[in-house]
Ligand binder design. Structure first.
Ligand code: HEC
Length: 215
């Protein structure tokens, strides 16, 4: 090809570049997207603020209130996640974790034939601590935060609903299901005071509410 043709080709190429650039600049101007006020999506973190140790107690909603609307059948579906490591039948075998039959109010780290971690044994205070509804609520929210050094390799159930449902289901795994706690009653003294009734249970209670005076 002679130099004339080369020139034409080059001119064509440069022309194309020019058009592409112009279109880019114009469309940038047209579809300018100002930086969002808050970058990214609002992610509802369930991590305790900081420090950790005593943190989780202030995070989980009172279990009595959650259980008032819980659904054990939905909890059976959530329990599938647990079944990777736990059985739930009477006399069921221990797997990666201990059998969870008759768990509610069972002493912590006392199931026969299971070798618990040192962290879980510490938490059990020699069998004095039980799997109350409240303890389960906090443990299942964030196992490793609530029981330091636990061997339970499970991230936790961040959704209040999932925890309530699975706890309601766990309650049914018993010859003699424990009574449900009375809704409205604070689960224990450490629970932040609830704005009595009126506040719809669906209200996003987490952030401001309570603002524990302790902190
Ligand atoms: C990846 C495996 C795994 C999964 C998934 C898992 N766990 Fe565990 N779980 C364990 C292990 C291991 C232990 C023993 C922990 C220790 O000794 O520190 C344990 C302990 C427990 C305990 C204490 C039992 C006792 O006798 O003191 C409870 C309660 C429990 N798990 C509930 C659950 C529930 C409910 C789920 C599902 C939402 C679940 N776990 C999911 C592995 C698992």
């Amino acid at each position: 090809m002679d130099s004339n043709e080369v020139n034409k080709l080059l001119a064509g190429f440069l022309g194309t570049c020019f058009i592409v650039f112009s279109v880019g600049i114009v469309s940038d101007a047209l579809f300018a997207s100002p930086a969002p006020e808050k970058p990214g999506f609002a992610i509802e973190a369930t991590e305790p603020a900081e420090g950790g140790a005593a943190g989780p107690a202030a995070e989980a909603k009172p279990i009595a209130d959650l259980l008032a609307t819980a659904n054990a059948e939905a909890g059976a579906a959530v329990f599938k996640k647990c079944q990777a490591c736990h059985t739930g039948e009477k006399g069921g075998p221990n797997k990666v974790g201990p059998d969870l039959w008759d768990l509610v109010d069972r002493p912590v780290a006392e199931h026969e034939g299971f070798a618990y971690s040192a962290g879980m044994k510490d938490f059990s205070k020699g069998g004095a601590e039980k799997w109350t509804y409240d303890n389960l609520n906090h443990f299942l929210l964030s196992p490793k935060k609530f029981v330091k050094g636990t061997a339970m390799g499970f991230a936790g159930l961040a959704k209040d609903e999932d925890r309530a449902n699975v706890i309601a289901y766990l309650r049914t795994l018993s010859d003699n299901p424990k009574p449900l706690p009375a809704p409205g009653a604070a689960a224990d003294a450490s629970a932040p005071a609830k704005p009595a009734e009126g506040a719809a249970p669906a209200a996003p209670a987490k952030p401001a509410e309570g603002a524990a005076p302790a902190k």
